[in-house]
Write a protein that binds this ligand. Sequence first.
Ligand code: OOG
Ligand code: MG
Length: 262
Amino acid sequence: MGLSREDIVRLATRVETAQRQAKAIPKLTDEFPSMTVADGYAVQGELRTRWLARGERLIGWKAGLTSKAKMKQMGVEVPSIGFLTSDMARPESSVVSTSDLVHPRVECEVAFVTRLPLRGPGCTREAVLEATDYVLPAIEIIDSRFSGFKFDLPSVIADNGSSARFVGGGRARYPGDLDLRTLGAVLERNGEIVAVGASAAVLGHPADAVAMLVNILGALGEGLEAGSFVMSGGITEAIPVKAGDSVVARFQELGSVSVRFD
Ligand code: OOG
Ligand code: MG
């Protein structure tokens, strides 16, 4: 049995406040142990409704916990999705403020920009590649609103998959011109290599992660619009950052993308 509508609305307010004040809260299941994944998506849906109502635009979606490295780091074994809005986007090489974040971490990801709509169930890697306009490298800045960056699946979904900021950049490429499965990626912080991986880490192929995302959206009664920006999930574990840090993600074939923090 799921949570009541009142509880969903109350939890959305709790997550929204934690985000606005950049103050961590206990994971939601501490107080609501019976909370389900569906409840998590209901809270996330309530957040999305509120944020779009206050004028943010939906830019796209993100898949999370799609690599073994991320699942191991977070102790969660099932992927999740979250939404991305205009307020989360930052230009390449820009300076991202940490003062309005709790405990930010960075991830390197392959991002997709679609030219056709996609709808699940039954979305496949092939359908995703067919619907993709181009791919580009991205850095996602995640920031769990939960104390110690510790959560379970219903809680992290309610927190919109820890979404905070994202930066796309590098070199946009047509997916057909690349072997998207075998792209190497190196994440550097302050000139030092802190994580290395390859795109196959993301569910075997990053387009499979996008297909999974479309199928979750389908189960929620929604589709992915043409022109969406979709992040397929961190290839390596996420790396903590603080004011003064500078981060570069270097991708084989896709160039590099960078961001600084103050
Ligand atoms: C959840 C979000 C995970 C990814 O790329 O795997 C994510 C988290 O680890 O806080 O964005
Ligand atoms: Mg991510």
